[in-house]
Design a protein around this ligand. Structure first.
Ligand SMILES: Cc1cc2nc3c(=O)[nH]c(=O)nc-3n(C[C@H](O)[C@H](O)[C@H](O)COP(=O)(O)O)c2cc1C
Length: 222
């Protein structure tokens, strides 16, 4: 698979098939992805791989804590509010498109909550990763983790798999920490669902927009 094909065929999938994913594939994805560049080669990322009963146990624990009203929120600034323009409009557009496809009208709190909860079962993907970083690190190392996350998503494409990155998991870091025995010095950044997905399923067929280059590239030629 060409790199461009991996990039262009990656999108966030929110419906996965139950088809199992061999552990070997996940290992290969991680092995290759670890070649991501990181400043002074710190390789600051840490991963917790859940599958089988462990994946189900994690999902059940997070859903139970959500039901119990224990949602402390993320330990890091997932976004700074208020989100300024033009970014806010992009958030609104993707929300409208996604919830529109799911037939969840604006103001349907129950529908929104139902979809939100789907995050915590990794949208039924058989493999769920949790990425963390040592809280001693700075912004630079979070950048490295982003590069690693991108590699994981692209390598999944090479293995015929799809993904969904999920900051939603950061909301439930105490439960995840307890379930996966994550030490206190690590911050839960996000989850990553990995599995087989039908690209034609709703809402997997959502193609999100991207701004034209003129909006974000400045050329200096002379
Ligand atoms: C760090 C990160 C966290 C995300 N968290 C979530 C999430 O919790 N739930 C979700 O459904 N999508 C999540 N997404 C997916 C974004 O909504 C998606 O990437 C964006 O709308 C662009 O669509 P695309 O991935 O299909 O190209 C996340 C994406 C990133 C990069």
């Amino acid at each position: 698979m060409k790199v461009s094909d991996a990039i262009l065929s990656r999108r966030s999938m929110r419906v996965f098939k139950p088809d199992p994913v061999p552990e070997e594939k996940i290992r290969r994805i991680i092995e290759v992805s670890k070649r991501a560049a990181s400043n002074v080669n710190l390789q600051p990322w840490r991963l917790y791989v859940t599958m089988g009963e462990a994946r189900k146990r994690l999902s059940a624990a997070v859903l139970a804590s959500l039901e119990a009203g224990e949602s402390p929120g993320p330990e890091y600034s997932v976004y700074k509010r208020p989100i300024p323009e033009p970014y806010r409009s992009r958030q609104v557009a993707v929300g409208k498109a996604l919830y529109g496809m799911l037939n969840i009208p604006k103001g349907d709190a129950e529908g929104m909550s139902r979809q939100h909860k789907r995050n915590y079962v990794f949208f039924d993907a058989p493999v769920g990763l949790i990425m963390t970083v040592d809280r001693a690190h700075g912004h630079g190392q979070w950048l490295d983790c982003g590069a690693f996350l991108a590699n994981l998503m692209l390598m999944a494409r090479e293995e015929g798999l799809h993904t969904c990155p999920q900051a939603a998991f950061a909301n439930h870091h105490p439960t995840i920490r307890r379930e996966l025995k994550i030490p206190d010095n690590e911050i839960v950044i996000c989850g990553l669902a990995i599995g087989h997905a039908d690209e034609n399923d709703v809402p997997n067929n959502l193609i999100t927009e991207r701004a034209p280059l003129e909006d974000f590239v400045a050329w200096h030629r002379a």
